[in-house]
Design a protein around this ligand. Structure first.
Ligand code: COA
Length: 194
């Protein structure tokens, strides 16, 4: 089983863990979306936008996966069009996995600007949460979103997340400490909405 196994999801995309051979596609995705992503992400050094930089991102994600501390998925198109079938269009990360009494992780995601507005993020988040509960046996998935990021708020609401409140100066985004709305879903709620 994996994030593919839930037949309740639409089938626009599939998720799989990153491999080193994805580095060029990931670089292409990142370079094309550099300006689009900037207002929503931490400051990135120029080295990030190089093949070496993206290999490092993937190697780090592989180490986290093997240690069970994070699960980073590429989002790949699933289409009859042979040109674009399997195209990397984004990523979804389950990070900061903590066990013991917390059994929780944080969720992050990014979808290619050219593929926005088609439900790709919502499906990808749903598949990743399914993995978090059914494969990684976690109890809670948390996401943080800036109040001005209306599209991302909508994604979380469509995916069944519950708003918990506002956390002041929560993350440093594009150089500034930004307030974030915290959203979460627990296994009990996910079971209810299935
Ligand atoms: C946010 C993001 C993931 C959305 O991806 P997407 O594939 O377009 O998302 P979906 O198509 O699944 O859903 C988007 C929803 O937001 C709605 N939406 C779009 N812009 C909006 C806005 N400014 N205000 C409110 N809702 C908006 C869409 O209409 C859609 O809702 P609907 O299905 O009810 O019509 C993508 O724009 C992105 O990667 N942004 C940059 C990185 C980022 O913000 N990541 C999340 C950080 S918390």
């Amino acid at each position: 089983m994996g994030p593919e196994s839930d037949s309740a999801f639409p089938k626009r995309v599939y998720l799989r863990r990153f491999l080193l051979e994805d580095a060029e596609s990931l670089l292409d995705l990142r370079v094309r979306n550099r300006r689009f992503a900037k207002p929503f992400e931490p400051h990135r050094a120029d080295a990030y936008y190089t093949l070496e930089g993206q290999k490092e991102v993937i190697e780090t994600s592989m180490r986290h996966w093997d240690a069970g501390t994070g699960f980073a998925f590429g989002v790949f198109l699933r289409t009859d069009d042979v040109q674009s079938n399997g195209l990397l269009v984004g990523h979804v990360n389950l990070s900061n996995v903590v066990r013991a009494a917390w059994e929780s992780c944080t969720l992050g995601y990014f979808i290619d600007e050219g593929h926005n507005g088609r439900g790709v993020a919502t499906e990808s988040v749903g598949r990743a949460v399914h993995f978090a509960f059914d494969e990684a046996a976690l109890h809670r998935v948390q996401a943080a979103v800036m109040p001005r990021n209306g599209a991302s708020i909508r994604v979380l609401e469509k995916a069944g997340f519950r708003r918990e409140g506002l956390s002041a100066r929560y993350l440093k985004i594009d150089g500034d400490w930004e307030d974030h709305l915290l959203y979460a879903v627990t296994r009990e709620e996910w079971g209810d909405s299935a």
